[in-house]
Design a protein around this ligand. Structure first.
Ligand SMILES: Cc1cc2nc3c(=O)[nH]c(=O)nc-3n(C[C@H](O)[C@H](O)[C@H](O)COP(=O)(O)OP(=O)(O)OC[C@H]3O[C@@H](n4cnc5c(N)ncnc54)[C@H](O)[C@@H]3O)c2cc1C
Length: 278
């Protein structure tokens, strides 16, 4: 595969996207990094506004032989959204609408560029809840979360992103727009193509729409901090909790080294003998 965008490809992309085709170095720099510490300056950046534009870009990529790298918010810690072999970074931040929140069906239909935190707040106002909670939820996109199958502390009780994706609109590398999955809670027929796409990191296609499963917002939440003199006691304590029939939404174990690190920045408000915090 060629690693450079031809003059003809650039011209076609300018015509298609107008001001949303970025070529100036100052613009490209904003898409040259993620949280891995790596830096690769893309040759150009496309910011499509809908699936049809994504499809046109991928068709052109086939005709003109250039790599396309889908990108959400660029918070990956792996280098995955970077133009490591040159080519066009395809930013999905232009597809950023919440299309539907349906409290009767407990589903939402969203575009990939919606930020997880924004989505959570919109749902909370309606008494609804979307559990997947990577620590980056305030600044990562739902599309990126689906492409990486992101998960966080609430995975303990609620599972991770793959447990909340019912259906996906995907633009295949050929430029064909397909829908896989469903918008019902039960869906047992046929090949599970949604699971194939979730976590595929943009290697199988570009996600342009997602049908996500919602839950009613828990009526109340409470946080509990329990101090232990030994880390084994903390583990035993947690097992006792679960065996007793209580599964917390999230649980975090801080060992003595972590507690020392915390004490460097915050007032130490735990008993002197504490060696673990649950
Ligand atoms: C401080 C911090 C904390 C983090 N905590 C967690 C955590 O707790 N759990 C966790 O799982 N991850 C975590 N991450 C990693 C990262 O935030 C997640 O992987 C997140 O899901 C990436 O979303 P993004 O929008 O930034 O996607 P990007 O980083 O832009 O892209 C990630 C991957 O998805 C692909 N992609 C993006 N959008 C699409 C699309 N629409 N269609 C197809 N492919 C696409 C990209 O090509 C790339 O392969 C953390 C990162 C940081 C910096």
């Amino acid at each position: 595969m060629s690693t450079s965008l031809s003059a003809r490809a650039r011209q076609k992309l300018r015509k298609l996207l107008k001001g949303r085709f970025l070529e100036a170095r100052k613009d490209l720099l904003a898409y040259a990094f993620d949280a891995s510490g790596l830096t690769y300056l893309p040759e150009a950046v496309a910011v499509p506004a809908n699936a049809a534009e994504v499809a046109a870009i991928l068709k052109l990529a086939n005709e003109e032989n250039f790599p396309v790298i889908p990108r959400g918010a660029g918070t990956a810690t792996t280098g995955a959204p970077l133009a490591v072999a040159g080519g066009l970074v395809l930013s999905l931040l232009g597809l950023n609408r919440i299309l539907e929140i349906n409290p009767d069906d407990l589903v939402a239909v969203v575009e990939p560029g919606v930020f997880n935190g924004t989505f959570k707040r919109e749902l909370a106002e309606r008494g609804l809840f979307y559990p997947p909670d990577p620590a980056s939820y305030e600044f990562s996109t739902l599309g990126g979360n689906v492409a990486t199958c992101a998960g966080g502390p609430k995975g303990l009780k609620y599972g991770v992103t793959k447990d909340y994706v019912l259906g996906l609109e995907v633009v295949l590398p050929t430029g064909e727009i397909v829908f896989c999955g469903r918008r019902t809670m039960k869906g047992v027929v046929g090949y599970d193509l949604v699971s194939l796409i979730v976590g595929s990191e943009g290697t199988l296609g570009v996600i342009t729409k997602m049908v996500l499963k919602l839950l009613p917002k828990p009526p109340a939440t409470a946080s509990l901090a329990v101090y232990f003199e030994r880390i084994t006691q903390a583990a035993e304590g947690f097992l006792a909790l679960v065996k007793g029939g209580l599964l917390p939404a999230a649980a975090e174990l801080l060992d003595a080294v972590t507690l020392q690190a915390v004490a460097r920045f915050f007032p130490k408000d735990w008993p002197e003998k504490t060696r673990a915090l649950l």
